[in-house]
Design a protein around this ligand. Structure first.
Ligand code: DX5
Ligand code: ZN
Length: 215
């Protein structure tokens, strides 16, 4: 049974409070917040003022995904939001070990995210220090994209790597997750599923969360 982290990127931004309250009443586990800077990824989403407003209404832990360059600059601000998980991209951090230690010293779970082209082997040395590894199963920047199939085998390889390094890190998957891909990912070893369009475009989002959670 995976944890479900709905991506608010697919929410109706004109009715954010309504959508957050719908999620509060659902069985979802976390709220996934996608921050984009127009530099690391070719899109801009929302930043701290909007996330502060979301945090006021959210009654579940925040899972913040920073698709930005120099994410270490914002560790105190993410902490101030009350986030549970801070996800930074491997590709955005020259001194990843230092960034991971800083996130943990603020009392948050340190998550490292890999783009689709980045092999899991780059985490070999740092795996024991991580609380979570997130695999992108689309190229980051947009919701509603097609799932990249390689992510299923990659999840299996990541599970093997984490086991071999005695790392208790959770495996989270982000992008193109729906009932069908979610089932295969869970079987391959995923612990947390992010889903945006599959939840918000469903006729009954709460029912969809229930189904994803029972995969
Ligand atoms: C993509 C974001 C994802 C996205 C997922 O850059 O990181 O969290 O919102 O959306 P779906 O589930 O629609 O692929
Ligand atoms: Zn995301």
């Amino acid at each position: 049974m995976p944890l479900i982290s709905p991506s608010l990127l697919s929410a109706d931004f004109g009715h954010l409070q309504r959508d957050i309250e719908m999620l509060n009443k659902s069985e979802c586990d976390w709220f996934h917040l996608d921050v984009m800077d127009g530099v690391f990824v070719p899109n801009i989403s929302f930043g701290f003022p909007v996330m502060e407003a979301m945090a006021c209404h959210a009654q579940k832990p925040l899972d913040v995904h920073l698709m930005i360059v120099q994410p270490e600059k914002f560790i105190p601000q993410v902490k101030a939001l009350g986030a549970k998980v801070m996800n930074v991209h491997y590709e955005a951090c020259t001194h990843l070990h230092r960034v991971v230690q800083q996130i943990k010293s603020e009392g948050m779970m340190a998550g490292v995210t890999l783009n689709p082209h980045t092999p899991v082997s780059v985490l070999e040395e740092i795996a024991p220090d991580l609380d979570l590894v997130m695999l992108m199963s689309v190229n980051p920047g947009f919701g509603g994209q097609k799932f990249i199939e390689n992510a299923v085998d990659k999840t299996r390889r990541l599970r093997e790597l984490l086991d071999s390094r005695q790392s208790a890190a959770l495996i989270e998957i982000d992008g193109g997750v729906n009932r069908e891909t979610g089932q295969r990912l869970t079987k391959a070893g995923a612990d947390v599923l992010v889903a945006g369009s599959a939840i918000f475009n469903a006729p009954n989002p709460q029912e969809e969360i229930h189904i994803l959670r029972s995969l």
